[in-house]
Design a protein around this ligand. Structure first.
Ligand code: CAA
Length: 288
């Protein structure tokens, strides 16, 4: 048990939430992943099981570890019930401030008073959510990267009112997950990693938009000339064009900074519903 954390709840069984929940279960925590949609939960279970079974086949994990982790992971549509005895919540629902505020207000009513409430949001800072609860000192960002089962880094970001104890416990949970901690001293939209990522993405979109090179060649430059594991366009497709767009929109709305507005080429893809791998079409086309 880490800082007396026995049970962890993850809200949202999308690409991020489901893998975060699996990370938690693999780390030995009794874990519940909650989603309003039973279909999303069924899909998450099927995808996670095939991921971890493959890890066993490839000798990356033992069959015993994986079976125990599966037993520790509960899939539920009942948020209130799931959090009634939880110690630590990681919210990974849609990037929408008012939805997150509603979720946090409800968590505050139903989770035990000691429970820490974190958000995986990449761009909505916890100060914008914490005041929807009566425990703002127990709220912070705990930001994972996609795919969460693979990516080692996690940003831990307190807001001005987050207590030292909350920061320490969140760091301890991150360590127990086997992840590398990127600790921010204060909030900033985009945190650190996404600010770096965005600088590359904006430049890539500008080069493409100006007709300097095709997006495939820009990706090639990132991979072959800079040794990035993926090019910026491939990465948008992996993370989700919708996520990339909404993150920029949230920053624009928070700061009023015109430069934060989603790039027109990104907006075009978003408006067409071409979200990347998840819809089969983004910058690239994906087979079923
Ligand atoms: N979920 C879980 N595991 C995955 C995965 C996925 N979606 N995709 C790949 N993997 C794992 C698998 O274990 C896979 O091995 P097997 O196929 O043998 O099972 C292993 O990674 C290698 O995969 P691939 O051979 O298909 O391809 P790869 O070597 O290029 O690795 C990658 C894939 C790990 C995704 C790698 O390309 C990479 O690191 N890309 C960059 C990802 C990145 O930058 N993420 C950050 C995004 S920004 C973000 O997330 C912030 C935000 O706020 C939105």
């Amino acid at each position: 048990m880490t800082h007396n954390i026995g049970h962890i709840t993850v809200i949202g069984a999308g690409a991020m939430g489901s893998q975060i929940a699996m990370v938690s279960a693999l780390a030995g925590f009794s874990t519940t992943v909650v989603d309003i949609s039973q279909d999303s939960l069924d899909r998450a279970r099927q995808q996670l099981w095939s991921r971890v079974d493959r890890d066993v086949e490839k000798g990356r994990r033992t069959a015993e570890d994986v079976e125990q982790a599966k037993d520790r992971l509960v899939f539920s549509t009942q948020q209130d019930e799931a959090v009634a005895h939880t110690d630590f919540v990681i919210e990974a629902a849609i990037e929408d401030r008012s939805i997150k505020r509603d979720i946090f207000a409800q968590l505050d009513k139903t989770a035990p008073a000691h429970a820490i409430l974190t958000t995986n949001s990449s761009n909505i800072m916890s100060s914008q959510i914490a005041d929807a609860t009566n425990r703002p000192d127990k709220v912070c960002n705990m930001h994972f990267f996609n795919p969460a089962l693979v990516m080692a880094g996690v940003e831990v970001v307190p807001h001005a009112g987050t207590s030292q104890e909350t920061i320490e416990t969140t760091i301890a949970v991150t360590e127990a997950f086997g992840k590398d901690i990127i600790e921010l001293k204060q909030e900033i939209p985009g945190f650190v990693a996404n600010r770096l990522l965005n600088a590359i993405r904006v430049e890539a979109l500008n080069l493409y938009d100006a007709g300097i090179a095709d997006f495939e060649d820009i990706d090639q430059a990132a991979r072959s000339a800079l040794r990035h594991p993926m090019g910026p366009f491939e990465l948008m497709d992996l993370v989700g064009i919708d996520v990339a767009y909404l993150v920029r929109m949230a920053e624009y709305e928070q700061t009023g900074n015109e430069a934060a507005k989603p790039h027109p080429k990104l907006a075009e893809k978003y408006e067409a519903g071409d979200y990347g791998r998840k819809t089969g079409q983004g910058w690239y086309q994906y087979a079923e």
